[in-house]
Design a protein around this ligand. Structure first.
Ligand code: UD1
Length: 430
């Protein structure tokens, strides 16, 4: 089992290149099988979640050719199996995007039912409501969801909750349904827009992505395309908070500053200086930062995937901060780990009250999930002593070359897998 070992206390300084958006890429890769022609996708992040989904896609018979680390060619003409195995769904929930993609193309698909996960129970009733509205019969049996439709026909669908996954999954199926679909109360996240743009580049007719209402005129077939995925706003935001927590000066490159507005607004509120460029944002933190309140909301609100990163930063700010998590019920586990490093926190229901401390002290802690793990790395970088983080496999699901990028900013962090390597690191930094 690998761990991160960190000797913190050095401000992060420099420039860091941000990769393609993992959450956009997961949906776009699934949508790529919807044509029988070859699709080329670029700016793909080279992270574990993406590689597992590519295995699932080749597992159903599609051809997957990795051109280079960040480019893949997919051809869905030879798909022979419309069933996605539990092994994939267990490793990567978003394999369920293949349900919408295959249902749209073949009118039939079967996917193992995803369970809950570390950040809470995650129902998929809205996905199924959308598929049913389009005319699919849905059966849930023996841990599998099977969806089948003689004809898929466009419909007016009003979602009960704003869901990124349901919006994307139903949009994919509706792209190839007969007639018009109107989807209301949909998610507006940048990756919803990216998936719509991708499908449109394949010949779909989708309008309104990025607003509350998406209108789709179904088309009988989609064609080849070459597409580049948008930058990852969560990876960018993670480095921005790493700059703030370590009192550093970091410029994130290859970003869309508009997508980062909720994050930059909070960084400004706590006292950071922000400079925006066309495709870069610089964050400078001088001295002790101030507390604030934050509530996670669907886009354009403050993202739940950036909640642990701000939480770690607020735990070092002067004063009392309150975080309200309104999307997932189980996203404060990292605060228990942070308390082991000296943070003062109180969790009640979906709120956490944080009394800022001047310093954390290094400890051995565990990454509870992907974003919480990245946030704990930030905590380690902001701590004078030595921090060891277990279970970093979660972090590798979504951050490409994380430790390398942090090292390029002056962070003292290494990936280790034995007690001997830990001792070697300690000797080196002492
Ligand atoms: C996606 C992101 C995840 C992010 C989340 C919220 C991917 C692969 N994952 O997850 O990183 O944290 O958006 O921005 O893109 N809900 C229902 N019924 C449904 C679907 C969702 O009640 O059918 C609820 C969920 O329990 C949650 C809320 O809706 O409370 C939002 O979830 P959703 O937007 O669907 O998240 P995901 O798409 O799973």
């Amino acid at each position: 089992m690998e761990q991160y070992i960190i000797k913190g206390g050095t401000p992060l300084v420099g420039e860091v290149e941000i990769g393609g958006a993992k959450n956009a890429a997961l949906a776009i890769l699934a949508a790529a099988v919807m044509t029988d022609e070859t699709v080329t996708i670029d700016n793909l992040p080279d992270v574990n979640d993406i590689n597992v989904l590519l295995e699932a896609i080749s597992g159903i018979g599609a051809s997957v050719q990795r051109v280079d680390r960040h480019t893949v060619r997919i051809n869905g003409s030879c798909i022979g199996d419309l069933s996605i195995e539990y092994d994939y769904i267990k490793k990567i929930r978003a394999s369920y995007y293949l349900l919408g993609a295959l249902l749209g193309k073949y009118h039939k698909a079967e996917v193992a039912l995803p369970g809950g996960c570390n950040i809470g129970s995650r129902p998929i009733d809205q996905h199924l409501k959308g598929f049913r509205a389009l005319g699919a019969e849905i059966d849930i049996e023996h841990g599998k969801i099977s969806a089948e439709a003689e004809r898929l026909v466009g419909k007016h669908i009003y979602f009960d909750v704003v869901s990124v996954g349901a919006t994307i999954n139903v949009m994919m199926a509706a792209a190839m349904a007969e007639g018009q679909t109107i989807m209301e109360n949909v998610a507006k996240e940048p990756h919803v827009v990216d998936v719509a743009n991708f499908l449109n580049s394949m010949g779909a007719n989708i309008k309104g992505a990025g607003t509350d209402v998406i209108r789709i005129k179904g088309v009988p077939r989609l064609h080849k395309t070459e597409y580049s995925i948008i930058p990852d706003q969560i990876e960018a935001g993670t480095f921005m908070f790493a700059a703030a927590a370590t009192k550093g000066d970091v410029t994130v490159l290859n970003v869309i500053p508009k997508h980062l507005e909720a994050t930059t607004a909070k960084l400004l509120e706590i006292g950071c200086e922000i400079e925006e460029f066309d495709d870069a944002v610089r964050v400078v933190a001088k001295g002790r930062l101030k507390s604030t309140h934050v509530k996670t909301l669907p886009y354009p609100g403050y993202p739940t995937d950036m909640q642990p990163q701000i939480g770690v930063t607020l735990a070092l700010c002067e004063g009392t901060s309150v975080i309200t998590e309104s999307i997932f019920e189980n996203r404060f586990k990292y605060l228990d780990e942070l308390a082991r490093m000296g943070a003062v926190v109180k969790i009640e229901g979906n709120s956490a009250t944080i009394e800022g401390v001047e310093k954390f002290s290094g400890a051995r802690i565990s990454a509870p999930d992907l974003r919480a793990g990245a946030a704990l790395v930030i905590a380690g970088l902001a701590t004078d002593g030595i921090t060891i983080i277990d279970d970093i496999v979660y972090i590798q699901r979504g951050y490409e070359r994380f430790e390398e990028k942090l090292r390029s900013l002056g962070g003292v962090i290494e990936r280790v897998s034995s007690e001997k390597e830990i001792q070697k690191f300690k000797l080196k930094v002492s």
